[in-house]
Design a protein around this ligand. Structure first.
Ligand code: FE2
Ligand code: FE2
Length: 328
């Protein structure tokens, strides 16, 4: 990525300028400071994407500077590279023990410098993406759980359906990235239930035609809620079609067979399996074996036979039992 901001800290002016020139030439924006104290002052105004710092400097040396940077939550993830002279090998050890990402030995070539900087920046972007993904997942799960609570689902439905669905997908020998694409759709499958009135949701007597229609709208409502969020584009078909049936008797679009998105066919099995094995106000909990047999029995009618085969593989591997035990 072009134009990332790097902070070079060194008391040797010639070296500082040399590094700055090399890095500017590569398209980076470069800030320079002659010691840790001055660098910290600059960082109050601009937070760099990466820091390269000498160790021995007047006023505030590299180690103290590093500790000061790491003590601030907003700076804790900035990659930090120490610069050390060849005679200072023990410095390398100290730096690494403190947790610096890398060190470079002076004098260094342009190639060495640029390679290290690019590698550290790439790694840092990767970590940021992973953290972002985890943050999304945690917030979506919290939201989905809050909605499920209205429906008096027992705790863990969202997590179990997600784990079951991803396990079944993995048993279809999908590559990891494709399995991963099921995650958010599984988490959010029932998000549209937020539109169902409490009087309908908590009704103890049988539902009227109108109330039943209201419940059956939750896949459409859910898909509508997330359709404009690019990050959730893979979730939309799962949310919309998780109640379709292989024989075409499901809802909302009465799709049949392979017309139903495969991811939704997988979540349908995961969702039904969890519903059967969970205590509900309107139906008693079945034991796992019983629910397993029921899924097999409905293969080719309610469920995609291919998905049921993968479900069977997952069952035989013991993974479904493990998931159930984790989220009891
Ligand atoms: Fe649903
Ligand atoms: Fe569900």
């Amino acid at each position: 990525m072009a134009n990332e901001t790097l902070l070079v800290v060194d008391d040797n002016e010639a070296l500082r300028e040399g590094l700055s020139e090399m890095l500017s030439f590569e398209g980076f924006t470069v800030l320079t400071s002659e010691n840790g104290l001055e660098a910290l002052r600059k960082m109050q105004i601009v937070s760099p994407d990466l820091i390269i710092s000498d160790i021995t400097m007047p006023q505030m040396d590299g180690y103290s500077f590093f500790s000061a940077v790491r003590s601030r939550p907003e700076w804790v993830t900035i990659p930090f590279i120490f610069l050390t002279a060849r005679a200072e090998r023990e410095d390398v050890l100290t730096g690494k023990n403190m947790g610096a990402e890398d060190y470079l030995v002076k004098p260094l070539s342009r190639e060495e410098l640029v390679t290290a900087v690019r590698a550290r920046l790439a790694r840092s972007r990767q970590l940021e993406m992973a953290q972002l993904q985890q943050a999304y997942e945690a917030s979506l799960t919290a939201l989905a759980n809050a909605i499920d609570l209205r429906d008096r689902y027992t705790r863990g439905h969202v997590e179990r359906v997600t784990s079951y669905a991803m396990t079944i997908a993995a048993c279809m020998e999908w590559p990891e990235w494709r399995v991963e694409q099921i995650r958010f759709g599984a988490i959010l499958h029932d998000i549209g239930k937020i539109h169902i009135r409490e009087t309908t949701l908590f009704k103890e007597t049988s539902l009227t035609e109108e109330e039943w229609e209201e419940i059956k709208r939750h896949p459409i409502n859910g898909a509508e809620m997330i359709k404009d969020i690019p990050y959730l584009s893979h979730a939309v078909p799962i949310v919309r079609h998780h109640h379709e049936r292989w024989d075409g008797n499901g809802y909302p679009d009465r799709l049949a067979g392979e017309k139903i998105p495969l991811e939704a066919r997988i979540v349908a099995v995961a969702d039904a399996f969890d519903a059967m094995t969970t205590e509900r106000p309107y139906s008693p909990r079945r034991d796992l074996e019983d629910a397993y047999e029921e899924v097999l029995k409905c293969s080719g009618k309610q469920y995609d036979p291919g998905v049921v085969t993968a479900f069977q593989t997952a069952w035989e591997s013991g993974q479904l039992h493990k998931i159930k035990a984790t989220w009891k």
